[in-house]
Each structure stands twice: as structure tokens, then as C-alpha cells.
Design a binder for this molecule. Structure first.
Ligand code: G3H
Ligand code: 13P
Ligand code: NA
Ligand code: ZN
Length: 311
């Protein structure tokens, strides 16, 4: 069934497990993720970036948002696991309103690169509009290093826990993404992963809200290796190890944003298939090879984050 993201995350927050939120851009990734969640009996959060919406709408924002709602609802309505659709990193009013209008379960207002007061003001405004439409809201505090939807921060600015407390109380936001040292993409750390667990723990204690970890892909060496074996160049790729993610879940993370891991798995499967089947040109066959590995990654994450069996 199609549900409000808040319902999925409040249960996860009470019981201290996390639900991965998987980014999609097209039908193939959605089918693979759905199959994985059904097999694992897990609640599911599908999310799309502004870029994904523009892509799916072939340039038309409202059409893109409506496309994803139609796709996700069509399948969600006929299965018995809870499924939510979330707008990831909403930075422009236009996209946020399009998502709400189209029927998304939740939206993220990401004004994290703006001063605290401005972030709070914008978040408050979106909360008012979204809640009136029965849509829940995520916001972000602090900044992730690297490129975050066209905005790049040289170094990460970690969340201030005292500010987080004020922020959730003032804005009424439903879930919060605190920056604790992760970054987006396939190249997160030069050396070992460095996450601020103490800070995370304090944010949970002070906010008592479902918390979101962005930039949470693990960039599993086995998939990177497979992709490279078949021609990819991903030298230096590094993610957040699964053990570190489990620790984050123990400390109160409930939504684990995952995009890069699916992209790498898909490209590994696709490259291998094309190399091994040079006569093949049926898209259902070569895209199917990518989907198979995406489903594998999805099932593994649902399992170790504790979402498996929770539907
Ligand atoms: O947070 C960023 C997500 O991985 C989506 O990125 O703008 O390339 O779709 P995108
Ligand atoms: P990854 O790039 O680590 O998959 O992070 C995705 C994300 O945070 C989407 O909002
Ligand atoms: Na998000
Ligand atoms: Zn993110």
C-alpha cells in the first residue's frame, strides 16, 4: 500500500531500525527495488531527486513528478508492504510544489547551505504547505562535503545538536538529516570513514525525531571490482562500511539514503552482460542484467539495516 513516509519512519524510530531510501530515475530500478523489498517483506521508501523528476518528465517538472507517482502507486496499491515516495533534496519551490501536487508521500526541503535562520524560515514555510496536503517533510542541518545537487561545499559542516533541537521544535519538521561527516557519490573518504557518532547520539536525544543519513552508500568493493573488470574506471571509490551504518542505526538513524550503490551495481551488471553477449541488442535483456544486481544490493541493505521482516 501507498503510505505517508512519516508512518514508516516513526515506527522505525521507535524500534531502532532503518529503512533504506532508494533513489530512482526510471522504471527498471524501481522494479528491481520493489522485487527486493517484496522478497524481504520490508517497508520501502523510493526517492527521486529534482534531476530525476526533470529527466522523467522529459523536461516538464509536473509531468515528471506525476510519472513517478503513477509508477509507484500503480504497484504499491496492489502489494501488502508499505511503500512511500519522497522528493530528495528539494531546493526549488517549483519542484517541491510539483511533488506535493502530484501526490508524493513526503518532500525534503534542503536549505542546508543557507544560514540557520533562513533554513528555519524556509523549512517552516514548506512544513505549513506540505502538512496541509497530508505530506510529511524532511530538512537538513549542516552540510555534506562535495557536490550536493550542484551546490558544493569544500569541507563538511557538521550539525550543531543544540541548533537541531531548536530547529525541529520551531519548524515542526517530521524528520531531520544531520550532517555527521558523510558525502554524496562514490568517493567519500580518502582514508578510513570518519563519522561523528557522539554528535549523532546527542542529536537523537535532543530531537527525538526519525533521523536521516545522506551519502550513505557503502560502495561495496565487490561491485566496484566487477564494474572495473568490465571496463569501468572507479579508482579510489570508497563508501560508508556496513558496520559503521549499523552503528548509526543503533544511535538513531532511521532512513539511509542510497543511490550510488545501486548505480554501481547496475553498471557492473550491464557492462558484464554487454561484454559477454556482443550479439545482444534487446534492452530488456541487457537492462535486466543490471536489474539483477540492483535487486541483490537492495536485499542486502534491507537485511543489515533491520528493515527486513518489518512489513
Ligand atoms: O543526493 C543526490 C542523489 O544521489 C541524486 O543525485 O541529482 O544525480 O539525481 P542526482
Ligand atoms: P549516496 O551517493 O551515498 O548513495 O547518497 C545518496 C543520497 O544521499 C541521496 O540523497
Ligand atoms: Na532525502
Ligand atoms: Zn542526499
Amino acid at each position: 500500500m501507498y503510505v505517508n513516509t512519516k508512518d514508516i519512519l516513526e515506527k522505525a524510530s521507535k524500534e531502532y531500525y532503518a529503512v533504506p531510501a532508494f533513489n530512482i530515475n526510471n522504471m527498471e530500478f524501481f522494479h528491481a527495488i520493489l522485487d527486493g523489498a517484496l522478497e524481504k517483506r520490508a517497508p520501502l521508501i523510493i526517492e527521486t531527486s529534482e534531476g530525476a523528476i526533470k529527466y522523467a518528465g522529459n523536461g516538464d517538472i509536473l509531468k515528471g513528478a506525476r510519472y513517478f507517482v503513477e509508477l509507484v502507486r500503480l504497484f504499491a496499491d496492489s502489494v501488502d508492504i508499505p511503500i512511500a515516495l519522497h522528493l530528495d533534496h528539494g531546493k526549488h519551490f517549483e519542484y517541491i510544489i510539483a511533488a506535493i501536487k502530484a501526490g508524493y508521500s513526503s518532500v525534503m526541503i534542503d536549505a542546508s547551505e543557507e544560514p540557520f535562520e533562513e533554513n528555519m524560515k524556509k523549512t517552516k514555510e514548506i512544513v505549513k504547505i506540505a502538512h496541509a496536503a497530508g505530506v510529511s517533510v524532511e530538512a537538513e542541518l549542516g552540510q555534506l562535503a562535495g557536490v550536493e545537487d550542484n551546490v558544493s561545499a569544500e569541507e563538511s559542516v557538521l550539525v550543531d545538536p543544540q541548533q537541531a533541537k531548536i530547529f525541529v521544535e520551531e519548524t515542526g519538521v517530521d524528520f531531520l538529516a544531520p550532517a555527521i561527516g558523510t558525502s554524496h557519490g562514490a568517493f567519500k573518504f580518502k582514508g578510513d570513514a570518519k563519522l561523528d557518532f557522539e554528535r549523532l547520539k546527542t542529536v537523537k536525544e535532543l530531537t527525538k525525531r526519525p533521523l536521516v543519513l545522506h551519502g550513505a552508500s557503502s560502495v561495496l568493493p565487490e561491485y566496484v571490482k566487477l564494474a572495473e573488470e568490465y571496463g569501468a574506471d572507479l579508482g579510489g571509490a570508497k563508501g560508508v562500511p556496513e558496520e559503521e551504518l549499523k552503528k548509526c542505526v543503533e544511535l538513531g538513524i532511521n532512513k539511509v539514503n542510497t543511490d550510488t550503490d545501486l548505480r554501481i551495481a547496475f553498471i557492473a551488471g550491464l557492462r558484464k552482460y554487454l561484454k559477454e553477449n556482443p550479439k545482444e541488442f534487446d534492452p530488456r535483456h541487457y537492462l535486466g542484467a543490471g536489474k539483477k544486481l540492483v535487486k541483490e544490493v537492495v536485499m542486502n541493505r534491507l537485511e543489515f539495516l533491520g528493515a527486513a521482516g518489518k512489513a
